[in-house]
Design a protein around this ligand. Structure first.
Ligand SMILES: Nc1ncnc2c1ncn2[C@@H]1O[C@H](COP(=O)(O)OP(=O)(O)OP(=O)(O)O)[C@@H](O)[C@H]1O
Ligand SMILES: [Mg+2]
Length: 265
């Protein structure tokens, strides 16, 4: 995949079931390179499952997932998990998946090393070149922590840090892999209003770099309406509607399910 350029994403006819439970029913949509797409829908709609299909955690019964660079297309479903990062696909999880008794910096370095595996092996040899490379990786990680406003806790253990800080550590770990496509599962769940606004600013800053497409699953409609270029609505595994925030917010079922309740005090 082209370096440093955001990629587009095509989801085409994805079907997924567990036993008799049809979780995704022929879901298709496209995401423009460099844009922010929000996936919304009630609990159990299949949002996280869709992310799990894109990242190879779940194998769909049917359908294709493709990322589009300027000069190449990649069949994402054919990639091995470790190949995803090398093709620039990174994600965060709905439930924090950090190592509690490692420092913030160590957690973020794990992401960097997963992306640059050769570096990890060479760094164990402790040659001067390898140590220089390792210092460069640490620099990238520390700069990313600064970018997210949490550089001051780099050397603290993750456990005991406020939840809002831990959410950013997880984002940092994804960002240091130099993603071209970043998948965020409920990035502001559990955050207060100020932290949510900061996360929205961060997403806009990432978009402004032009290097990374963002797909976010979120329940916070205020955040979605303010940052998303496109909204995809899933309802019990079916794509209900998709479009700009302005388009989607005129859809009767979306108003009923999401906007009506928020409009009343
Ligand atoms: N590994 C699994 N095994 C069996 N069923 C699963 C599995 N993963 C998801 N499901 C089922 O798929 C459906 C969709 O779940 P999913 O977690 O994708 O929903 P979601 O839209 O992310 O919901 P939420 O907003 O609560 O996070 C649910 O009925 C769930 O029980
Ligand atoms: Mg979910």
């Amino acid at each position: 995949m082209d370096a440093m350029t955001a990629v587009g994403l095509d989801i085409d006819g994805v079907c997924l079931s567990f036993g008799g439970n049809r979780v995704l029913k022929d879901v298709s949509f496209s995401v423009g390179a460099g844009s922010i797409t929000a996936i919304i829908g009630p609990n159990g709609a299949g949002k996280s499952s869709l992310l799990n299909v894109i990242t190879g955690v779940y194998t769909p019964d049917a359908g294709d997932v493709t990322i589009r660079g300027r000069s190449a297309e990649v069949d994402v479903l054919a990639l091995k998990p470790y190949e995803l990062l090398r093709h620039g696909v990174a994600r965060t999880f709905q439930n924090l998946e950090l190592v509690a008794h490692m420092t913030v910096l160590e957690n973020v370095l794990v992401g960097r090393h997963l992306r640059f595996r050769a570096a990890q092996i060479r760094s164990m040899l402790r040659t001067p070149g390898a140590m220089r490379e390792e210092r460069a990786h640490r620099r990238v990680c520390l700069d990313t922590l600064d970018f997210l406003g949490i550089g001051d806790v780099a050397h603290q253990e993750v456990h005991g840090l406020p939840y809002g800080v831990q959410k950013r550590v997880e984002l940092a770990r994804a960002l240091v892999t130099d993603p071209r496509l970043l998948l965020l599962d409920e990035p502001v769940a559990g955050l207060n209003d100020e932290e949510t606004a900061e996360m929205a600013d961060t997403m806009r800053l990432i978009r402004d770099t032009g290097t990374c497409t963002q797909v976010i699953i979120e329940h916070d409609m205020k955040l979605i309406m303010s940052v998303a270029d496109q909204i995809v609505v899933l309802d019990f595994g079916t794509l209900l509607t998709q479009g700009t925030p302005a388009q989607v917010s005129t859809h009767p079922e979306v108003i009923e399910a999401y906007l009506g309740s928020q409009a009343s005090p």
